[in-house]
Design a protein around this ligand. Structure first.
Ligand code: S3P
Length: 429
């Protein structure tokens, strides 16, 4: 049965290493596949989303081995991919379909990309428009909006593209297509989004320049193989972080967490809300800053207003931030966040409906919500909406609710964090 019962706990205590970073795991596979020679990836996220990327590159002729310790990839070079014999299924993964589209746009063969019901309802116009401007022939369902996508790639021309939405997936898709041009492709972001592509691709030999919000990539780079170690995922750590902060007497050390500033918006927000979080032992792993987080529960949090400029750096932490807001003193308002409506589920709608079931007072807006804090949550029958982050955030809410909380559709956590519930059981008392 795809459900779990959550009971209230007294505190979070101990040490935890979060799941390896999902965004960085995808990119490590993608860039290694395009490099010449054998690359090795350590601490890879063995979860459904990154496996969708591995399967896609296998379908494109790349040899990828999983030794259980490491992922070993024999890259075929930028122009060594082969036409897939069948439709490529990207599962639930927006990063897989959008980044691979940028590569297929530059390859002179035909391919079709699809995914599960959630992925087939996510907007693809945002990549189809720039990749078509560069010269690819792309068609999609529902008047070029949704997957399946068919791509006939080939010669691409460099463009200067101003992105209407802040999206690391769109930015990375265009950067990858830029590798297949003879010139310099420029992407302009309205607000800075996660920069893992810009950090990792130069380590494979690509020439990328960044000036303010303009990212330029020189085409036809020869990518060389690499050894990549993946840091822990801040987005996965955030569930434990908030769990520890909202439960009195908690004391938790979260080790080996990526603290790339384009990802840690919610860390600053929680600190401004009054949370006791210490960042220690900062170091670098494969070009990414990593640290250990020391979190102590019991400090009363204060509500905050969160605005559009802050959203990209905390885009995946919205569900768990909503849970923190239920315990803060005052009303927390989050606006300028309409992108959340086109994630794995409509995350604004999902959080409004599920937190209301637990007794929280919430107002919904087209671009966000406001949550009245200091709520006592009551156990309820919760739907994950088949969204891994809703399932995990609502499970943390269940730990502070009175009575039993049932989370339905709980296998969705395997998208980004298999083993999540084992860790919760180990850390909570
Ligand atoms: C991701 C970018 C973000 C994020 C997603 C992973 C990435 O999506 O929500 O979970 O790996 O580039 P958008 O680029 O659509 O904001």
């Amino acid at each position: 049965m795809d459900r779990i019962e959550i009971h209230p706990v007294k505190y979070f205590k101990g040490e935890v290493i979060p799941a390896p970073d999902k965004s960085i795991s995808h990119r490590a596979v993608i860039f290694s596949s395009l490099a010449n020679g054998r690359s090795v990836i350590r601490n890879f996220l063995r979860a459904e989303d990154p496996f969708s990327t591995i399967n896609a590159f296998r379908a494109l002729g790349v040899q990828i081995e999983d030794s259980n310790e490491e992922i070993i990839i024999d890259g075929r070079g930028l122009n060594g991919l082969k036409e897939p014999e069948d439709v490529i299924n990207c599962g639930n993964s927006g990063t897989t379909i959008r980044l691979i589209s940028g590569i297929l746009a530059g390859n002179p063969f035909f391919s079709v990309l699809t995914g599960d019901a959630s992925l087939r309802s996510r907007p693809m116009g945002r990549i189809i428009i720039p990749l078509s401007q560069m010269g690819a022939e792309i068609r999609a369902r529902s008047n070029n909006k949704y997957p399946p996508l068919s791509i006939k790639g080939g010669y691409l021309k460099a463009v200067r593209y101003e992105m209407p939405v802040a999206s690391a997936q769109v930015k990375s898709s265009i950067i990858l297509a830029g590798l297949y041009t003879d010139g310099i492709t420029e992407v302009i972001e309205p607000i800075k989004s996660r920069d893992h592509t810009e950090r990792m691709l130069p380590a494979f030999g690509a020439e990328i320049n960044i000036k303010d919000n303009v990212i330029s990539i020189k085409g036809r780079a020869e990518l060389k193989s690499n050894l990549i170690e993946i840091p822990g995922d801040f987005s996965s750590a955030a569930f434990f972080l908030v769990g520890a902060l909202i439960i009195d007497n908690s004391d938790l050390i979260i080790k080996n967490v990526g603290i790339n500033p384009t990802r840690t918006g919610v860390l600053e927000v929680l600190q401004r809300m009054g949370a006791d979080i210490k960042i220690e032992n900062t170091r670098y792993i494969s070009g990414e800053p990593v640290a250990d987080l020391y979190c102590t529960g019991g400090k009363k949090l204060k509500a905050l207003n969160i605005k559009r400029e802050q959203i990209p750096s905390m885009i995946d932490e919205f569900p768990i931030l909503c849970v923190a807001a239920t315990q803060a003193e005052g009303v927390t308002t989050i606006r300028g966040a309409e992108e959340l409506r086109v994630k794995e589920s409509d995350r604004i709608k999902s959080m409004v409906s599920e937190l209301r079931k637990m007794g929280v007072e919430i107002e919904e807006y087209p671009d966000g919500l406001s949550i009245k804090g200091s709520s006592s949550l009551r156990g309820a029958d919760i739907e994950s909406h088949n969204d891994h982050r809703i399932a995990m955030a609502m499970s943390i809410a269940g730990l502070i609710a009175e009575g039993v909380t049932t989370i339905n559709g709980v296998s969705s956590v395997n998208i980004s964090f298999p083993g999540f519930f084992d860790i919760i059981r180990r850390l909570t008392h």
